[in-house]
Ligand binder design. Structure first.
Ligand code: BG6
Ligand code: MG
Length: 220
């Protein structure tokens, strides 16, 4: 019998499993350029982990632009169509370093694997990259009403696999996502730059740097 207590390992998608943050940026940049709004990589940090509609509002605020609901819906549709065009040829080669090894290791160790993403495009991305079957639960932008930094997405994720928040670990690349994990009373692990993700309990540049020994420690 396996006596190791099961924990929930909750993965954000964009910027943690796949490097789609760059595609979100490119698609938003096109809209911003057309509206003559100065939109830099630094501004883009504000959009990470944030819902599609909130992202548009942030960009419009940067340019001091107000718009009707119809106009906003048109930009949202345009952004998503453009974003999806970058995903057409996506396959497992776009998984970020160490992600597959980490997922497989957690599976071997009989831990619960959960997706907790703000994206409404999460499922097709997990399918295209061939990892959807490794997940015990998927919670995405279609399932939540409150966006990160609200903890809702992670709390629903842990609940789906019957694990209490204290036994859940969240991997996140976004400041809003780290705040959401902390608000959920979970262990937050930042994937990215320590100076940006300074509210996380731990930060690594990627899963290779983190290593499986660290995961093993979290399981115990
Ligand atoms: C998050 C991304 O994962 O999903 C955000 O970090 C994005 O940049 C959000 O806006 C919503 O994604 P989508 O695919 O529903 O537009
Ligand atoms: Mg992310």
């Amino acid at each position: 019998m396996n006596s190791v207590p099961k924990k929930a390992f909750i993965f954000d998608l964009d910027g943690v499993i796949v490097d789609t943050a760059k595609y979100h940026y490119l698609a938003w940049k096109k809209i911003a350029d057309a509206l003559q709004i100065n939109f830099t990589h630094e501004h883009n940090e504000l959009l990470k982990g944030v819902s599609r509609i909130r992202s548009l509002d942030i960009i419009l605020e940067l340019g001091n632009i107000t718009a009707t609901v119809e106009q906003k819906n048109q930009w949202l549709a345009q952004k998503n169509a453009d974003y999806l065009s970058y995903l057409v040829d996506m396959d497992s080669s776009e998984l970020l370093p160490g992600v597959l090894e980490t997922l497989q290791f957690l599976k071997e160790k009989n831990q619960a694997i959960v997706l907790g993403s703000a994206s409404k495009n999460a499922r097709p991305i997990l399918e295209k990259t061939g990892i959807i079957d490794l997940f015990d639960a998927v919670v995405d932008g279609n399932d939540v009403t409150n966006a990160k930094p609200d903890p809702e997405v992670f709390l629903i994720g842990a609940q789906k696999v019957n694990i209490i928040p204290e036994n859940a670990i969240v991997f996140e690349d976004a400041v809003a996502g780290i705040q959401a994990a902390n608000a959920a009373q979970m262990i937050s692990v930042g994937i990215g730059k320590a100076e940006i993700l300074n509210e996380a309990h731990y930060v690594f540049t990627d899963f290779n740097e983190m290593g499986l020994a660290f995961i093993e420690k979290l399981i115990k």
